[in-house]
Design a protein around this ligand. Structure first.
Ligand code: NAP
Length: 254
C-alpha cells in the first residue's frame, strides 16, 4: 500500500514546471513547494531579474531557474520558450500565476490585459512543451497517468459579488476561470488538463497579522483568516502530483 503513502502520493519528483509571477508572493511559494518536493526543474518567470535570482538562490534543492519574461508581450513569451527549449524538451506543468490588481474602482484595462490575455498567451506559447510532457521518453507524464497540466491563478474576487477590490480585476478573474474551464474541455483530446486555483486573501496588513482566525469577514473568506504559505503550497502539490492526476476543469478555491 505504499502507493497511498502521502509522501509518494503528493510527491512531484521529476516534474518539470514553469511558474509565471514567481519573483514574489504566491508564485514564489508555489515554486519553492515544487522544489522542496522533488521537482527536477522549475523555471520561474517574472520581469525583475534580481528578485528572480534571489528566489532561486533560496531553493532547498536548487531546481529553480530564473528567467526574465513579461507575459503581456508575445515576443517576450516566445523568447522565454526558446530559452527553456534549450534546457528541456518538455514540461509537465505550467502555472500562469502573474497578476495585477490595478485601480480599485476604475475600469482601466491593464488587469484584464495581464490576467486574461497574459494567461491565455502564456498557455498558447507553452503548448508545444506541454504536449511533449505526455510523450517524451524522459518525462514522468509518459506513463499516461500524469497528463500535462495548465493551472491558472484566479481569485476569490472572481467568485464573490460582495467584495470588489477592483471591478475590472474581479471580472477578469471570473473570465479567466471560465477560460480555464473551456481549455480543460477543448484540450482534453490532447491530454492536456487545465485547472484553476482561486486564492482567498493571502496578505499581511500594516495593522497586523490577518492569518489569525476571525480577522476577515466570513462573507468574503469563509475560514475568516488570510491564507499562509502552507495553504497555497498544499493546493499546488495536490493538483501537480499523482494525488490530483484525475482532476481536470476544477476551480479550487483556497
Ligand atoms: N495575494 C492575494 O491575496 C491574492 C488573492 C487572490 C488572487 N491573487 C492572485 O495571485 C497571483 C499572485 O499574486 P501575489 O499576491 O503573489 O502578488 P505579487 O506578490 O505582486 O506577485 C505578482 C507576480 O506577478 C509578476 N508579474 C506582474 N506582472 C507581470 C508581467 N507582466 N509578466 C510577468 N510577471 C509579472 C510579478 O513579478 P515582476 O514584477 O518581477 O514581473 C510578481 O512576481 C496574482 O494573479 C493575483 O491576482 C492574489
Amino acid at each position: 500500500m505504499s502507493n497511498l503513502d502521502a509522501a509518494q502520493l503528493f510527491s512531484v519528483k521529476g516534474l518539470v514546471a514553469v511558474v509565471t509571477g514567481a519573483s514574489s508572493g504566491l508564485g514564489e511559494v508555489m515554486a519553492h513547494a515544487l522544489d522542496v518536493n522533488g521537482a527536477a526543474k522549475v523555471f520561474i518567470l517574472g520581469r525583475r531579474e534580481s528578485k528572480l535570482r534571489e528566489v532561486a538562490s533560496k531553493a532547498k534543492n536548487g531546481s529553480l531557474i530564473p528567467l526574465v519574461c513579461d507575459v503581456t508581450s508575445k515576443e517576450s513569451l516566445e523568447a522565454a520558450v526558446s530559452t527553456i527549449e534549450k534546457q528541456t524538451p518538455f514540461i509537465n506543468l505550467l502555472i500562469a500565476n502573474s497578476g495585477y490588481l490595478g485601480e480599485v474602482s476604475g475600469m482601466v484595462p491593464r488587469p484584464a490585459e495581464q490576467t486574461l490575455a497574459g494567461s491565455y498567451f502564456t498557455f498558447l506559447a507553452f503548448l508545444g512543451l506541454l504536449g511533449a510532457g505526455n510523450t517524451h521518453s524522459d518525462s514522468i507524464g509518459k506513463s499516461g497517468l500524469l497528463q500535462s497540466q495548465f493551472i491558472s491563478t484566479t481569485s476569490f474576487g472572481g467568485l464573490c459579488r460582495a467584495e470588489a477590490p477592483s471591478y475590472v480585476y474581479n471580472a477578469s478573474k471570473a473570465a479567466l476561470s471560465h477560460l480555464t474551464k473551456t481549455l480543460s474541455s477543448e484540450y482534453a483530446k490532447h491530454s492536456i488538463r487545465a485547472n484553476a486555483i482561486a486564492p482567498g486573501t493571502f496578505a499581511y496588513t500594516p495593522e497586523g497579522d490577518i492569518s489569525v482566525v476571525g480577522s476577515l469577514p466570513w462573507q468574503a473568506i469563509p475560514v475568516t483568516r488570510a491564507g499562509t504559505e502552507e495553504d497555497i503550497a498544499g493546493a499546488v502539490l495536490y493538483l501537480a502530483s499523482r494525488a490530483g492526476a484525475f482532476v481536470n476543469g476544477v476551480h479550487l478555491a483556497t
